[in-house]
Structures are given as C-alpha cells and as structure tokens.
Design a protein around this ligand. Structure first.
Ligand code: B12
Ligand code: SF4
Ligand code: SF4
Length: 360
C-alpha cells in the first residue's frame, strides 16, 4: 500500500451518485460486485476473529496476526478514513468434478483450486480496482483511496458482508445468492463520506453495484443465515477443518498445507491431502448456492486471465516432482502457484502421486 498522509480532508458524495459511478465503471473493469461501508463500523463478528487468534486456529500464518488493532478498526491508523469500498470479482463459473479426484485421471490443473489456475489475482483484481479508483478520482475531486486485495490489514469478508455483497456461509466463504462464492474480494480505504449510506452497524440490503442483482432483501432476509439446515460443506471437508460452531481451523485445512507450508513435508497429513495438488475447493464445490450460481452465472463468463494457462498444459503431474527451481520460476511467476515455492509444489505433487498409486 502506498504511503499516505496522516490527515486527508473528507469528500462528500451521495449514495446515488457513487452507485451510478460504480455502475458505469465496474462492468468496464470486470468487477462483479461493489459496495461501501461507513466508518467507524461495528464488525459484528470481531469476536470470532479474536477467538480464532486466541485458539491459534491461524496455524503459523503469521501475516494474519500482524496489526490486529488495524484489522479491527482501520481508523486507529487512518483517522481521516470515512468509508471502505469493497469489490468482488468472479473467478470461476463451474464447480463440477471435485468429488473423486483420487479415482480419476485428470489434467494436473484440475487438481489445483480454481482460484489458482490462471494469473494471480493480486495482480489482476488489484489492477482492476486501481483503474476503477483512478476513474473515480477523475469524477470526484479530492478523493483519496488506497486499494488492496488480501494483503492489507482488513477482514475482507466482514466488509463484504456489511456492504451487502453476500452472506457468510458455514464454509466461512462470502456467498452471493446469485453468483456464489467463487469470487475474490478487494478493498479501498477512502476519505468518502457517502451521504445516504447507513451506518456500518449491520449489513446493507444491496451492494451499490451488482452484475446480477438478487431480489431485494427484507431486513429479516439480510440477517438470516442462508445456509439453513444444510451442512454439506462440514460433511464434505476431508479433514474436519470446518468447526460445527462456525469458523475454520487453518491448522487442519488442505489449503494451508498445500499453499502456505512451503518446503516442509506435513508427514501426518499426506493421506488426507488426497488428490489435491494446490489449494482446496471441496467445501465450495458441494455448496448448493454454488451449484445454482453456476447455472445462472455461466453466460457472464469470467476474466480470461483466470482460465487455466496454456503453458500449464505442457506439463504432467510427474514433471512437477522433478521441476527445477529455475523452471518453476520461469513458469509460475505471476501465478498463485508461486506462493508454494518450488519445494512446496514438488512436495505437493509427490504426495498426490503417492496417494494415487496407493489407490490402485
Ligand atoms: C488467512 C486466509 C486463509 C486461511 C484461513 C481461512 C479462514 N477461513 O480463516 C486459509 C489458508 C485456510 C485460506 C483458505 C482459503 N482462502 Co483465504 N484468506 C485468508 C485471508 C488472508 C485472511 C482471512 C482471515 O482473516 N481469517 C480469519 C477469520 C476469523 O476471518 P474470516 O474468515 O474473514 O471470517 C470473518 C467472518 O467471515 C466471520 N466469520 C467467520 N466464521 C464465521 C462463521 C459464521 C457462521 C459466521 C456467521 C461468521 C463467521 O468472522 C470473521 C471476522 O469478521 C483472506 C483475505 C483477507 N484479508 O480477509 C483470504 C480469503 C478469505 N481467502 C479467500 C479464498 C479464495 C480462499 C480459498 C477458497 C482458496 C482455496 N481454494 O484454497 C480457501 C477457502 C477456505 C475456506 N473455507 O475459508 C478469499 C475468499 C473469498 C470469498 N468469497 O469468501 C479471501 C477473502 C481472499 C481474497 N482477497 O479474495 N485463506
Ligand atoms: S478448503 Fe478443503 S480442507 Fe479447507 S475447510 Fe474447505 S474442504 Fe476443508
Ligand atoms: S454447503 Fe451448505 S452449509 Fe455449507 S456454506 Fe453452502 S449452504 Fe452453507
């Protein structure tokens, strides 16, 4: 995030005006959802976040423990801030085929979570948000906005929920009733006071922009848990990482093991990793909201950058075990797989091959 002055004058805009600007700019830059949250905001799930840290459910993801005060309240470090803009960008329109990855011969890219098959969203979405922000600055003199995705000290799903972008599923993902959960989130802290936007205390009925609007929600629908009695994700999670009381234990999540634990071989988890090479989509692929959304959202397509890269097709799973550090760097720079480091990706491929042959 770029360096910012300690005091920035407030700029006012009406909700209507901001919604109109977002409706004009978001489709041009392939943003599917956009909303805003007035600061200060209450963050009703703040307690969950504190408990998550206290119970050490973050595993060794040290980066999420940094700056806890700023994560809970951006005003502590940015007293000038008036609102958070939040953006959602879809990365997939299909969820079929994750059930039996151990039993089927598939291209190795099908063993990679959908978010990671193409270009890195830290580049693609961030650039799109920056373009939207640049055009907003032309239209709104004095606007200051600082975009980030993933890496800033923000509980992004909480802001997305408060801005009306979706609801929190039992799989802990932010789910839009028409678009599902296959979307990245990004934020921009701003000096915009949005007149007519409710205080950031409870979720808004609608986002300011949606590529596909849902039917308008009544107050009771806004706060309702749209999972109902469904527990499909909890049942499908192969490692019991999803907690019956809500939330996720990152120490038990395949996503943590295969993305974040770079060189170390998690010996005790090798079997549980099954046929998954990088990341895990199981708790999203079984979600009925995603099944329904896949039908509805298909005609919209997704950004071409998120489709599996052609260069990946040259490789076989076995090649990944032998991949040199240099080859890894040449092939996977600017893709999400970069995060695994060469040793992590080689280790993941070795585990999948081991698990595949154990099934034969
Ligand atoms: C650390 C992290 C992880 C960790 C921990 C995930 C977790 N659930 O906490 C690991 C490595 C496991 C992970 C995995 C994945 N991640 Co991740 N991750 C993050 C990151 C950087 C921080 C999340 C965090 O602070 N967790 C701490 C918990 C306590 O906070 P939280 O999950 O946001 O939950 C808040 C609310 O949801 C609420 N809450 C939590 N549980 C519950 C339960 C109920 C019932 C209710 C009502 C509320 C509630 O309270 C919390 C505080 O506000 C965010 C980006 C960001 N800066 O927010 C991306 C992010 C959450 N990840 C994302 C993605 C795409 C994934 C994966 C799908 C990747 C993959 N395919 O492998 C998986 C999904 C796994 C899953 N089911 O969550 C997206 C999610 C988009 C979305 N639509 O929800 C984000 C927002 C990144 C982005 N910029 O797009 N991730
Ligand atoms: S991402 Fe996979 S391992 Fe993690 S909670 Fe979801 S189903 Fe379980
Ligand atoms: S699978 Fe069921 S319980 Fe899990 S998030 Fe989807 S609707 Fe909610």
């Amino acid at each position: 995030m770029s360096k910012r002055p300690s005091d920035i004058p407030t700029v006012e805009i009406s909700r209507q005006e901001l919604a109109e600007l977002l409706a004009e700019l978001c489709p041009v830059h392939r943003i599917d959802l956009a909303g805003a949250v007035t600061l200060p905001c209450v963050q009703p799930h703040r307690q969950r976040w504190r408990q998550w840290l206290a119970a050490e459910r973050h595993a060794d993801l040290e980066y999420v423990t940094r700056d806890p005060a700023a994560r809970e309240d951006p005003l502590r470090k940015n007293p000038w801030a008036q609102s958070v803009l939040i953006f959602g960008q879809r990365y997939t329109d299909g969820w079929a085929g994750d059930e039996d990855l151990l039993l089927r011969e598939v291209p190795w890219t099908d063993r990679v979570a959908r978010y990671a098959r193409g270009r890195d969203y830290h580049d693609v979405l961030l650039k799109d948000i920056k373009r939207v922000v640049a055009r907003l600055k032309e239209a709104v003199p004095g606007l200051a906005a600082f975009p980030s995705t993933d890496t800033g000290p923000y509980l992004e799903r909480e802001y997305a929920w408060l801005a009306g972008l979706g609801f929190m599923g039992k799989n802990t993902c932010l789910i839009h009733e028409k678009l599902g959960s296959g979307m990245f989130l990004g934020v921009a802290l701003t000096n915009l006071r949005v007149k007519g936007l409710s205080a950031g205390e409870q979720p808004q009925a609608e986002p300011l922009y949606a590529v596909v609007p849902r039917r308008r929600r009544t107050p009771s629908r806004i706060l309702a848990n749209h999972c109902g009695s469904c527990t499909a994700c909890l049942e499908a999670c192969p490692t019991d990482a999803l907690l019956p009381s809500g939330g996720l234990d990152a120490r038990r999540c395949i996503s943590t093991w295969t993305i974040e634990w770079q060189g170390r071989a998690p010996a005790e988890h090798r079997n549980e990793q099954g046929g998954l090479l990088f990341g895990c989509d199981i708790c999203q692929s079984v979600c009925p909201w995603n099944q329904r959304a896949a039908e509805k959202a298909k005609p919209l397509g997704v950004r071409a950058e998120y489709a599996a890269l052609d260069a990946h097709a040259e490789l076989k799973l076995a090649d990944l075990v032998e991949l040199s550090d240099d080859d890894f760097r040449a092939r996977f720079r600017r893709t999400p797989l970069w995060r695994a480091h060469p040793a992590g990706l080689r280790r993941n491929a070795e585990v999948v091959l081991e698990n595949l042959s154990a099934k034969e």
